[in-house]
Design a protein around this ligand. Structure first.
Ligand SMILES: NC(=O)c1ccc[n+]([C@@H]2O[C@H](COP(=O)([O-])OP(=O)(O)OC[C@H]3O[C@@H](n4cnc5c(N)ncnc54)[C@H](O)[C@@H]3O)[C@@H](O)[C@H]2O)c1
Length: 202
């Protein structure tokens, strides 16, 4: 949705029609709420939804300038999809992965375009969260990093470049904190409700 809002034509691809419909419905629901709240107009809604096209065929990506992959967090599935896209997409197309944990260098190595491959880690819920972690693999070019940073800014996000490493920054720090909360519960330092309240309020 954020790409369509920024004026780009978007192809939303998934493996089954019901998943594509579910994705489009959740976008529509978010926009409807934004219109109700006066944050978007009915005209915005028409323009945004008009730019998003559902697809179940990877061949539809043949003219895409950029792929943003956000499929299940399984390295072999992601690599298989990127390998297919490598053959389908034009040679200038950039590939980005929204992976939370898989090394970008590893994913990039499954393609013939590691210089044009990058991590573009959006935060959930994407329309509301400003951060995009931009992660370069070992062979990602400066041009790719610059283009993706500028694109994230056009999507009204704040791109922050970090190095490739387990969990990058956001999840590496988050998971240490979540584990510590569980140790607090285990130690009997507080109830789970108290731990949640302390973290939310403090
Ligand atoms: N959920 C989050 O909060 C969050 C936040 C940031 C990043 N991510 C990352 O985004 C990615 C997706 O996470 P999720 O929580 O939405 O996962 P999910 O499992 O809920 O959804 C994945 C979607 O990918 C589709 N899919 C699976 N195989 C496919 C294929 N071969 N081709 C096309 N589509 C396929 C599935 O049908 C499903 O709709 C992961 O890499 C995850 O690490 C998730």
């Amino acid at each position: 949705m954020v790409a369509a809002k920024a004026g780009y034509t978007v192809i939303l691809n998934d493996v089954k029609e019901e998943y594509v419909k579910k994705g489009l419905a959740s976008i529509q629901k978010f926009i409807d709420k934004s219109v109700e709240k006066g944050k978007m107009t009915a005209e915005d809604k028409t323009h945004i939804l008009g730019r998003i096209h559902g697809s179940m065929n990877l061949q539809d990506m043949k003219d895409a300038d950029l792929i943003i992959e956000a499929i299940i967090e399984q390295v072999h599935v992601k690599k298989e999809v990127f390998q297919k896209l490598d053959d389908i997409c034009k040679k200038e197309a950039l590939f980005a992965s929204n992976t939370s944990t898989i090394p970008i260098t590893d994913l990039a190595s499954s393609t013939k375009r590691p210089e044009q491959f990058i991590g573009m880690h959006f935060m959930n819920p994407v329309p509301l969260m400003k951060l995009v972690e931009v992660i370069r693999g070992l062979r990602t070019s400066q041009q790719t990093a610059t283009t993706i940073t500028q694109l994230a800014e056009k999507m009204e996000k704040t791109p922050i470049e970090v190095n490739d490493g387990p969990g990058f920054i956001s999840n590496r720090v988050l998971f240490a904190m979540i584990n510590e909360a569980i140790f607090c519960l285990q130690d009997g330092t507080a109830t789970k409700e108290a731990i949640d309240s302390v973290m939310k309020l403090g």
